[in-house]
Ligand binder design. Structure first.
Ligand code: CA2
Length: 158
């Protein structure tokens, strides 16, 4: 069977990871996170398409374009998590399993970060464990794909 691909999307300013605010975001760079995801995906038999953009429109275009290309999406939408109904709508439209990731625990931070539009459509949310969250999200999607393939007609499958 062909390898399932997971689209891993990173929103605005995540290209700065590891360069500033290490007390909040740690010292890992986005390139480090990508490398760890590649290794974990290979171990799980998955392929990944890892991307970052500072543009809301580009993130939405990538979500729309992935409909027939990926089996699931992992997204850290950065600041757009708290503002973007449009990105949420794109995720609803594409109808793929979504795992949301945040490097920091957004509930320990400013009140304006406590709402995430992405959480409203995500299958699961992992936050506060740094770059490890992306790897755990890959594990969750791999488990989801395995369960879905065993019981494709079960409407109550997780
Ligand atoms: O904790 C997360 O992963 C966030 O999605 C990171 C976003 C923030 O707006 C969210 O509330 C939570 C910020 C992106 C990273 O911004 C940086 C800025 C300076 C240095 C390093 C990263």
């Amino acid at each position: 069977m062909a390898q399932s691909t997971v689209l891993i999307l990173n929103g605005p300013n995540l290209n700065l990871l590891g360069t500033r605010e290490p007390h909040i975001y740690g010292r890992e760079t986005l390139a480090d996170v990508e490398q760890a995801c590649r290794a974990r995906a290979a171990a799980l038999g998955l392929a990944i398409d890892f991307r970052q953009s500072n543009s809301e429109g580009e993130l939405i275009d990538w979500v729309q374009q992935t409909r027939t290309k990926a089996a699931g999406i992992i997204i850290n939408a950065g600041g757009y998590s708290h503002t973007s109904v449009a990105l949420m709508d794109a995720l609803i439209a594409v109808d793929l399993p979504v795992m949301e990731v945040h490097i920091s625990n957004i509930h320990r931070r400013d009140a304006f970060r406590h709402l995430s539009y992405i959480s409203k459509v995500a299958k699961g949310v992992i936050m506060g464990v740094g770059g490890l969250g992306y790897e755990l999200a890959l594990e969750a999607l791999a488990r989801h794909f395995a369960q879905a393939s065993q019981s494709p007609d079960n409407p109550y499958r997780p």
